[in-house]
Design a protein around this ligand. Structure first.
Ligand SMILES: Nc1nc2c(ncn2[C@@H]2O[C@H](COP(=O)(O)OP(=O)(O)O)[C@@H](O)[C@H]2O)c(=O)[nH]1
Ligand SMILES: [Mg+2]
Length: 226
């Protein structure tokens, strides 16, 4: 059984070493692969020094495109994959909680729920869109529709990929896995990440997320490929 962690990262040099080391400390993970999506801050070098295998992309593919490049590189050998954001830092060591039910055959895709970050975060618009869209398209009611921390059995990633573009990744995975009749399970964690706040950068970030989530939902609704 080969368990591979895929970590998409764009300009995460500050946190990627902690994330990689924490992922490597998880006994059930065999390989840790960082997809360095044309970062300009040395993310790839830092990740390599921390012990990850690094797949370096020359041009920015966005989160979904980067994950797809990572999956394509390991699809022959991977059994279970675990997706972790690059900004989890030391809390990536909770990836084992996500893997347990999948490795035990109790779930096909697990999704981490994270505590709400104190004093930051947006206004829930993107999350609301994602939750409503997922329910309408698949009947599944997620509490953490946008959580990128997930473990997937081979059956799950085969059914639920290719990954949607950009930040549409999570709604794409959930809708397709639920529609395929796979077993989804949310797993409470105390993982933390660099949440964006209520400043201009935060609004720009959430605006982009909103557009990409909406685009993925529209494609799923129309039955087109992602
Ligand atoms: N490969 C890749 N990863 C990205 C890109 N943008 C963000 N990410 C990664 O996707 C993850 C989640 O992004 P983040 O900006 O933290 O979004 P949020 O946590 O949903 O607010 C992090 O690991 C980022 O490094 C991108 O353009 N390409
Ligand atoms: Mg984040």
């Amino acid at each position: 059984m080969s368990v591979i962690a895929l970590i998409p990262a764009h300009d995460e040099a500050d946190r990627i070493a902690d994330t990689v080391q924490a992922a490597r400390s998880v006994g059930t993970i065999d390989r840790v692969i960082v997809i360095d999506d044309a970062s300009t801050d040395g993310t790839g070098d830092v990740a390599r020094e921390a012990g990850a295998q690094v797949l370096a992309l020359d041009v920015n593919h966005g989160k979904g495109g980067a994950l797809q490049a990572g999956l394509d590189a390991v699809a022959d050998s991977a059994d279970v994959i675990v997706l972790l954001d690059g900004d989890l830092g030391t809390t990536a060591d909770q990836a084992g909680l996500l893997l347990e039910p999948v490795l035990a055959g109790a779930a096909d895709m697990t999704i981490a729920t994270l505590p709400r970050p104190a004093g930051s975060g947006g206004f829930g618009l993107v999350k609301g869109l994602a939750r409503t869209g997922i329910k309408a398209l698949s009947g599944y009611e997620p509490t953490a529709p946008l959580s990128g921390q997930r473990a997937l059995s081979r059956a799950a990633w085969q059914a639920a990929t290719p990954f949607a573009q950009g930040y549409g990744v999570e709604v794409g995975l959930t809708v397709r896995a639920a529609r395929a009749g796979l077993r989804l399970m949310e797993v409470p964690t105390t993982m933390g990440h660099a949440a964006t706040g209520r400043d201009v950068a935060g609004f720009v970030h959430r605006g982009r997320q909103f557009v990409q989530v909406a685009a993925a939902l529209a494609r799923l609704a129309s039955g087109r490929d992602l």
